[in-house]
Write a protein that binds this ligand. Structure first.
Ligand code: NAP
Length: 250
């Protein structure tokens, strides 16, 4: 019978790897619950328990933490999932629980990169028309509506799965899932005649190939900088998250 419960807010490869490692290393002692937002139809599932869908705000998350008898909340969500991270901070505070943030480091611009830094998706959309004839957008389906005013640039959007309905009809969908290879990214950009990429600064290796391909091909990158997150006990890798979890729970 497990004597400690860990709730992981997931939706990233790191969250899945962390849940797998906690269950494999300490499954006798730990109950591991991963929470997914429910946005993807067939997500890769982690070991341990999985729940799906929003909590209904910070109060709903606090209720979930108390109902599951949570001892540690690990926020391993995407660096741009700022709302759930704010809710996690508020809920852990309310429930008087320790909270750990697993946040992978941002990519850093290299000498041959050509990045235009923007603060949000609206600023990214503003920057496209001036720079591009064919642009690959890799920021996900939720933000697509921001590009509705762009008519002189051919837009491609890369998504993990085709949505039932796209918020824009003048974009072409390219299906793909990380991890990507630089050679494939280079070939894709050449095939589509891409001259600009719009991306979030996701960090990590899974989607970095597009940055390497853009560098090699001399393609510009509109980089949406990271949103501010609440102050947190933060680790950057799954290994460090594992070690810190043990420290907190022991
Ligand atoms: P968000 O804007 O920060 O959160 C919006 C709402 O979605 C939250 O208020 C919460 O609803 C629900 N939610 C988000 N993550 C959840 C989780 N792990 N478990 C349960 N509910 C969750 O989040 P987002 O940017 O839409 O991202 C949604 C999910 O996709 C996250 O799990 C994130 O890790 C993953 N993801 C996001 C991105 C990205 O670029 N943003 C990229 C890759 C993966 P309630 O208020 O109802 O609780």
């Amino acid at each position: 019978m497990p004597d400690k419960t860990v709730v992981i807010l997931g939706g990233t490869a790191e969250a899945r790897l962390l849940a797998d490692a906690l269950v494999e290393n300490d499954g006798e002692r730990l109950r591991v619950i991963t929470s997914l937002a429910g946005r993807t139809k067939n997500p890769k599932l982690p070991k341990g328990e999985v729940r799906d869908g929003g909590f209904g705000g910070a109060d709903g998350l606090a209720t979930h933490l108390s109902e599951t008898g949570c001892d540690l909340l690990i926020d391993a969500t995407h660096p741009y999932a700022a709302q759930i991270t704010r809710h996690a901070a508020e809920a852990a505070n309310k429930a008087n629980l320790p909270r750990l943030l697993l946040n992978r480091p941002a990519w850093v611009e290299q000498e041959d990169d050509n990045w235009t830094h923007v603060k949000d998706i609206a600023a990214a959309a503003d920057a496209i028309t001036r720079q591009s004839r064919a642009c690959l957008i890799t920021t996900g389906v939720n933000d697509l509506a921001a590009f509705s005013g762009i008519v002189t640039t051919k837009l491609f959007v890369r998504l993990i799965e085709k949505p039932e309905k796209l918020p824009l009809d003048h974009v072409e969908v390219v299906i793909g899932s990380p991890p990507y290879k630089t050679s494939d990214e280079t070939a894709l950009m050449q095939l589509l005649g891409i001259d600009l990429i719009v991306t979030k600064n996701a960090g990590g290796s899974g989607t970095y190939a597009k940055i390497e391909a853009a560098r090699a091909l001399g393609i510009g990158v509109i980089m949406i900088d990271r949103p501010p997150l609440p102050q947190s006990d933060t680790v950057e890798t799954v290994e460090d998250a594992l070690a810190r979890t043990m420290e907190i729970l022991d």
